[in-house]
Design a protein around this ligand. Structure first.
Ligand code: ATP
Ligand code: MG
Length: 503
C-alpha cells in the first residue's frame, strides 16, 4: 500500500429507505494497491454503501470520485466501465445459463452481424477459470454448481476487465479453505497490480490476515479508519458495537437427560458412511470438519431432505422413518439450514410471517397462533438477536444479509423442536450477535433440548459443544468430550489422520 492519491473516494453519502436511514453521511477513501476492510454490525450499511458505489443504488446525497474526479454511477455496467467491480453478498447469477454467459452477461462477445461468438466466449472464460483453479468449465450450467463454486463464478466475473477497484462483499462465507486460499491469491495479484480492494467480512482472522486498513460503520455512520497493523480485534469491536465483548464466559455444563436422538450405521451413498452418534436432552453435540466432509448431508438426512441408504434413526428410543421435512418436524427435529436464502426464507414476505409461519406449508394443522402472539414471538427474538428492522411489517428481502439470517434462526429457536440442528449458525453474523447466538444455543440445551451444531469455525464448536464429532471424508473419525479436546487433536481428526477407535 502506498500513500498515493486515492483511486476512489466517497464523500458524505446519504441513502434512505422508507423508515431507515441506511447511510448517514459516509466518507471512505480507497488507495491503489490496498486491501481496505469495511466492517460494522449486521445492518450497519456496508452492502448499501457498496451498492451505491457499484451503481446499483442512487444516493440521496454525496459524491463519488474516481482519481479525484466526480462520477455518477447509474448502473452496474457503467460502474464496471469505470473500473469498479462488485462481487455480491447475495449471489446474483442466472441458474439456467452457462458459466460463460453469466460471466459476460450483457457483454457477450459478438461476431459481425451481431451473432454471439461462442468460441471466443468459451475460450476467454476458460482462461479466466484456469487462473482460479476451479474444477468446472465455461459450459457448465450455473444451477448445477455448488454455492461455493457459484461464488467463484462471481469472482471470475470481476476479472473480465482490468479493474481499478474491486469490492468483495462477504466473499468467503461459503468457500472452503482451499477456495479461500485461491481467493486470497487473487486478491494478492490484484493488489500487486495496484488495484484497490474493498473487503467486507465478519471474520476477524481474515481481516487481520489480508487487509491494510479497516473502516468501520455503525448505524449508517462512518466511525473511523484504523491501520490493521496498529490495531486489535478488541479496538475494532469497540468501534463497531460501542463496547468490548466478554469472550471469557465459558458455558455452564449441566446434567444431561435421556437420549433424544440416536443414529446407528447411517450411510448415504458416497456422501457419508456408517455414521453413529447420539445426542441427549440438554446436550450440544458439535460436528466439526472440512467443508465437504458430509456434515451438512447428515443434517439433511435427519431433516428428511435425503434418503439414507442404510442405518437407523431413533427419536426417544423409537425407530423412525423420516421421508420429508414434515416427518422430521412431526418427530420433533428442526434444521436451520446452511443455505438460509434457498431453504429458510420467503424473501417477499414480511419479517413476522417468515419467523412464525410453519416451516412447511402443509403443516398448517399445527396449533393456531393468533396475530398478536406472532408479533410477540417476533418481538422477543428481534430483541434477543438484535434484528435491525423498522418493524415486523418490513419485507425480509429488504433486510441486510445478516439480519435475514437472524430471522431464520429466530424462527427455529421459537419453534423449539426437541432436536434442533443448526448448520453454520453464525455465518455472516456480526461479532456481537455471534456470542448472543452461542448463548441462545446453550440456553436451549439448558432447558433440556438436544442441539446439534455444525460449524467450520473451531472456536465456535469448542465454545458451544459438550461433545464434538470430528468428521473426515464422510466418516466420524472421533468423538471428543469438551473436557478432553484440544485444537491439535481436533485438527488431526478432521485431516483423516486418526481412525475412530472401535469401542
Ligand atoms: N431495499 C431496501 N429497503 C429498505 N431497507 C433497506 C433496503 N436495503 C437495505 N435496507 C436497510 O438498510 C440498512 C443497511 O443494510 P445493509 O444491507 O447495508 O447492511 P450490512 O451492513 O451490509 O449488514 P450485513 O452485515 O448484515 O450484511 C438495514 O437496516 C437494511 O434493513
Ligand atoms: Mg451486507
Amino acid at each position: 500500500m502506498t500513500d498515493a492519491t486515492p483511486v476512489l473516494r466517497l464523500e458524505g453519502i446519504v441513502k434512505t429507505f422508507p423508515g431507515v436511514r441506511a447511510l448517514d453521511g459516509v466518507d471512505l477513501e480507497l488507495r491503489p494497491g490496498e486491501v481496505h476492510a469495511l466492517m460494522g454490525e449486521n445492518g450497519a450499511g456496508k452492502s448499501t454503501l457498496m451498492k451505491v458505489l457499484g451503481g446499483i443504488l442512487q444516493p440521496n446525497e454525496g459524491r463519488i470520485l474516481i482519481d479525484e474526479a466526480p462520477v455518477v454511477m447509474t448502473s452496474p455496467l457503467e460502474a464496471k466501465g469505470k473500473g469498479v467491480v462488485f462481487i455480491h453478498q447475495e449471489l446474483s447469477l442466472a441458474d439456467e445459463l452457462s458459466v460463460a454467459e453469466n460471466i459476460f452477461l450483457g457483454e457477450l462477445p459478438r461476431k459481425r452481424f451481431g451473432r454471439v461468438d461462442w468460441t471466443r466466449l468459451y475460450a476467454t472464460t476458460d482462461a479466466i477459470l484456469k487462473t482460479l483453479n476451479v474444477r468446472f468449465d465455461a459450459r457448465t450450467r450455473v444451477g448445477d454448481l455448488s454455492i461455493a463454486n457459484q461464488q467463484m463464478v462471481e469472482i471470475a466475473r470481476a476479472l473480465t476487465v482490468s479493474p481499478r477497484a474491486v469490492i468483495f462483499d462477504e466473499p468467503t462465507a461459503s468457500l472452503t479453505d482451499a477456495e479461500k486460499v485461491v481467493l486470497f491469491d487473487v486478491i494478492e495479484d490484484l493488489k500487486a497490480k495496484g488495484v484497490g480492494i474493498i473487503y467486507i467480512s465478519h471474520r476477524m482472522e481474515e481481516i487481520f490476515r489480508i487487509t491494510d486498513r479497516i473502516s468501520v460503520l455503525r448505524d449508517g455512520q462512518y466511525r473511523g479508519t484504523l491501520r490493521t497493523a496498529e490495531t486489535t480485534e478488541d479496538e475494532v469491536t469497540q468501534l463497531m458495537i460501542g463496547r468490548s465483548l466478554d469472550l471469557s464466559r465459558s458455558p455452564v455444563r449441566h446434567a444431561l437427560g435421556k437420549v433424544a436422538l440416536e443414529v446407528r450405521g447411517l450411510s448415504c451413498g458416497h456422501l457419508y458412511r456408517d455414521v453413529s452418534f447420539s445426542v441427549r436432552e440438554g446436550e450440544v453435540l458439535g460436528f466439526y470438519g472440512l467443508v465437504g466432509a458430509g456434515r451438512t448431508e447428515i443434517a439433511e438426512t435427519l431433516f428428511g431432505l435425503r434418503t439414507p441408504s442404510a442405518g437407523s434413526i431413533r427419536v426417544n428410543g423409537d425407530e423412525v422413518r423420516i421421508g420429508s421435512p414434515v416427518d422430521a418436524i412431526r418427530h420433533g427435529i428442526g434444521l436451520v439450514p446452511e443455505d438460509r436464502k434457498g431453504q429458510g426464507l420467503v424473501l417477499g414476505m414480511n419479517c413476522r410471517d417468515n419467523m412464525t409461519l410453519p416451516q412447511v406449508d402443509d403443516l398448517s394443522t399445527g396449533p393456531f397462533v393468533s396475530d398478536g402472539a406472532e408479533v410477540a414471538i417476533f418481538d422477543q427474538y428481534r430483541d434477543r438477536l438484535d434484528i435491525r428492522t423498522p418493524g415486523w411489517r418490513q419485507i425480509v428481502g429488504n433486510l441486510s444479509g445478516g439480519n435475514q439470517q437472524k430471522i431464520v434462526i429466530g424462527k427455529w429457536l421459537s419453534m423449539r423442536p426437541q432436536v434442533l440442528i443448526v448448520d453454520e449458525p453464525t455465518r455472516g453474523i456480526d461479532v456481537g450477535s455471534k456470542s448472543e447466538i452461542h448463548n441462545l444455543i446453550r440456553d436451549l440445551a439448558a432447558q433440556g433440548y438436544a442441539v446439534i451444531v455444525i460449524s467450520s469455525e473451531m472456536p465456535e464448536v469448542l465454545h458451544v459443544s459438550d461433545r464434538i464429532a470430528a468428521m473426515y471424508s464422510g466418516r466420524i473419525m472421533r468423538t471428543f468430550a469438551a473436557e478432553e479436546v484440544t485444537e491439535d487433536s481436533l485438527i488431526q481428526a478432521i485431516s483423516g489422520l486418526e481412525p475412530e477407535k472401535v469401542a
